[in-house]
Design a protein. Sequence first.
Length: 265
Amino acid sequence: MSIDKNIIESVIEFSRNAGNILSAGFRSEKTVVSYKSRTDLVTNIDRESEIYIVSAIEERFPAHSIVAEEGASRDGNSDFIWYVDPLDATNNFAHGIPFFCVSIGVYSKVEKSVVCGAVFDPCHNEMFHATKGGGAFCNGVPIKVSGIVDIGIALLATGFPYAKNDMGKNNLTEFGRFLPNIQCIRRMGSAALDLCYVASGRIDGFWEPLLKPWDTAAGSLIVQEAGGTVTKYDGSVYDLEYPQILASNGNLHKQMTDILTKTQA
């Protein structure tokens, strides 16, 4: 499908502008941290970023639907749904760690897939974006996944959900199965950027449970357009609403699904 150029340009524009909001609030005395739960933080900067993005979408695309992490969502009557994460890696942001981003993905009901997405990392001034069938880019330069074929020398990434005390959901079993079989694992705190790092060949694969659609909408498309593979743990078709994602350079996918499905046996 041909994506409206205005949508593509707007996804990038809104992501960058929201990233500037994050930069202005980073390590600032004006940043206020509050708690959704003991492990789930939110800041006034998350909300400021979301208010900007949602307002910008509503002004330029008044018929489009919006699903945003901090609740500023609405139903529209068009084909498109915008999945908005105004600040991915709030824990990093709140602790002054320079690894966080804005993630925006646009889903088409007709295509039944994400068709456009952008992830902006303001600390490193990196704009990752992709359109369905149009390739993936970082700051306008095409990117592609790594060529690693042996999982024994693979560098993987993962994250841990808020269900820290639930051994069936906290990802420790999966982590323990992977660790002896690979080079190493990184846990950097941003699923959206982890996916972009897979897409750009910096990381060879990524898995994580209990994510939300706004965490993965943009990044999943960026991986696929960079030549990678994105599925559920068992290798079946990825579903934004299903809280489980496995992304790889493609070469390692079968090896990763074998490990993940064994953990569920």
